[in-house]
Design a protein around this ligand. Structure first.
Ligand SMILES: Cc1ncc(C[n+]2csc(CCOP(=O)(O)OP(=O)(O)O)c2C)c(N)n1
Ligand SMILES: [Mg+2]
Length: 307
């Protein structure tokens, strides 16, 4: 799908080209592609891609300096999905943005497909780092940001992490060291959706309700203390996301510090039966559930017929 507004803008000049209504429409399509593709392939993650969908759409459709026809352009902005199990969210956005045909999503997680369950930078156009083993993406992004400084290149590197993922020690090695390098060309987005794969039972003997991975942590205070610029947004609100991006752009090349966006979201966002339900970390929707999701996301929108 290419929107009229996009056709008018050159690939490098998308910033600000779409308003929040247009972005919301794209995000509804992305959510439909996530749940329908996973159902088609009978495997994949749902809750994490859905919580991150709005941020991914805002980055790829309104913020990053990229050209889908030149996925290896040296000056492109970089994006690393450190929570690599959420690949179908990234692939859906990359497909709609024009990196590869939307129809290719039908091959998701199949042997021989370019769209593996976890992102592979050697296979998929638009994927800047191979991820899936949680905890590693911010270190890779820090390396890219330092590299840009050393080579005097002006691109920005974005990394998205999960809140469960942020229990990994390597995340904090990167958090602690990044400010020493003055990487004001690096932004870490923490997708704080309140759930991980299982988490801890909220109460003893409680097998179903799950407590927040970072619920006991003042993430903003910790990141500020380690020397980061910190912004907090409702990560399912495009107005707040775009305002945060304005601030990131103002700090790029000027603040001398990396930036963290604490993106407060809800896992499974946007579909009534997945939202806030830990069991939808992954899962395959039944035909009835798919029909309901489609109705909630697309109504009778004929353009929703994407696969
Ligand atoms: C090093 C490592 N340990 C465990 C896993 C298995 N795993 C996949 S997703 C997940 C939970 C991640 O939770 P979170 O980061 O909060 O992601 P989200 O809620 O966005 O799905 C786990 C433990 C993994 N992929 N890598
Ligand atoms: Mg989570």
């Amino acid at each position: 799908m290419r929107t009229t507004q996009q056709e008018e803008a050159s690939p490098q000049e998308l910033h600000g080209a779409l308003d929040t209504q247009a972005l919301e429409k794209i995000a509804r399509r992305v959510r439909w592609l996530i749940i329908s593709t996973v159902a088609n392939s009978k495997a994949g993650h749902i809750g994490g891609p859905l919580s991150a969908a709005d941020m991914l759409v805002a980055l790829y459709f309104n913020e990053m300096s990229i050209d889908p026809s030149q996925p290896h352009a040296p000056d492109r902005d970089r994006f690393i999905l450190s929570k690599g199990h959420c690949s179908i969210g990234l692939y859906s956005v990359l497909a709609l943005r024009g990196y590869f045909p939307v129809e290719e999503l039908a091959t998701f997680d199949h042997g021989g497909s370019r769209l593996q369950g976890h992102p592979d930078m050697k296979l998929t156009p638009g994927v800047d780092a191979s991820t899936g083993s949680l905890g590693q993406g911010l270190s890779a992004g820090l390396g890219m940001a330092i590299g840009a400084k050393k080579l005097d290149r002006d691109f920005h590197t974005w990394v998205m992490l999960g809140d469960g993922e942020s229990e990994e020690g390597q995340v904090w090695e990167a958090v602690i060291s990044a400010p020493r390098f003055g990487v004001d060309n690096l932004t870490a987005i923490f997708d704080v959706n309140g759930l991980q794969q299982y988490g801890w039972p909220a109460q003893e003997r409680d097998r179903f309700d799950r407590s927040e991975p970072l619920g006991h942590v003042d993430l903003e205070a910790v990141l500020t203390g380690f020397g980061w610029n910190v912004l907090t947004v409702d990560g399912n609100d495009f107005g707040q996301i775009l305002s945060a991006f304005d601030q990131v752009r103002a700090w790029h090349g000027t603040s001398g510090k990396p930036t963290a966006i604490v993106s407060r979201t809800s896992k499974g966002q946007g579909i009534s039966f997945t939202q806030g339900v830990f069991k939808w970390h992954n899962g395959v929707a039944t035909p009835e559930q798919l029909a309901q999701a489609r109705h909630e996301l697309l109504g009778n929108d004929p353009e929703g017929e994407l696969q």
